[in-house]
Each structure stands twice: as C-alpha cells, then as structure tokens.
Unconditional design. Sequence first.
Length: 159
Amino acid sequence: MTLKQLENHDWQETIEQMVSCLKVMTLAVAWEKGAWSSPVYYLYRKNAFYFFSSPDARHIRGSVQSGGRAGGSIFKDALSFNEIQGVQMEGLIERVQKNREGLTAAGAYLKRFAIPHGDMDALVFIKQRYRASFYRFVPRGLVYMDNRVAMGFKKELEM
C-alpha cells in the first residue's frame, strides 16, 4: 500500500471482516494471583465479542477482581512472520444479561458453532450443558497489526 492508500483506508471495515471470519480470541488478565491468558471461541456482534466460560475460570475471576478489565487478541494463522495480521485490544469483560439482546446473541453464538439446542432458551442451554455463563468482551481501544503492509505496521483505533 502506498502512503496515500494507508491514510484513506477503511481500517474498521478491514478489522470487522477479519474478526467476523475467525473464531478464537485470547483473553488476558492481570490480578492478585498473577497474570493469565485463555483462548475462547467467540461471536463478533455489534462491536463486542461474545463467548461462554465457567464463572470459576481464571480469566473470569481475574477480570472480576480488576473491575472487568482485560486484554484480547485475535490473529490469523500465518506461515511466516511477514504475514502476521491481527488485533490487540483492551476492554472490559461483562456478563451478558438475560434480556432480548443476551438471548439473541447466545442464540447466534450457538448457531455459528452449529450447537443444537432445540427450543431451549440459549442462555439456559449454555448454563446447563456447559456449566458456564455467557459473557462479552467489549473493546475500548484496539491496535491493528499487519506485517503484510510493512514489518511492524500498526494502526491504533478508538472504539
């Protein structure tokens, strides 16, 4: 890309296309017991990343102790460091409420990963089947990184 193309590029669209087709995000927290990271399958929807996890998982307990604060990263698998492309984010982990938005997101999550749940409420299904709760990671700041543009290329974006 030329300098002019970089300045005029729609980075939000590039990022949304990438995170919509990938499936795994690594969440990281720092808390009184140290630091921890954990991969989760996610659904990207309305500028948030939805996932389910045990309320006892370290990344959930750590985020609760830190006021919900967490880091997240999503990267495409690359055969060479010259092809690394992804996002690094800071934001908040929030438990999804049992309301219309939460039910719709949970249903979409189960559909994305082809998890049949019949007529059962998607949030109840996740709780019963996986002994888990449904959460979302809401990014506050994001760094897009793409070595295909230039080695170490980064674009910082506000969410």
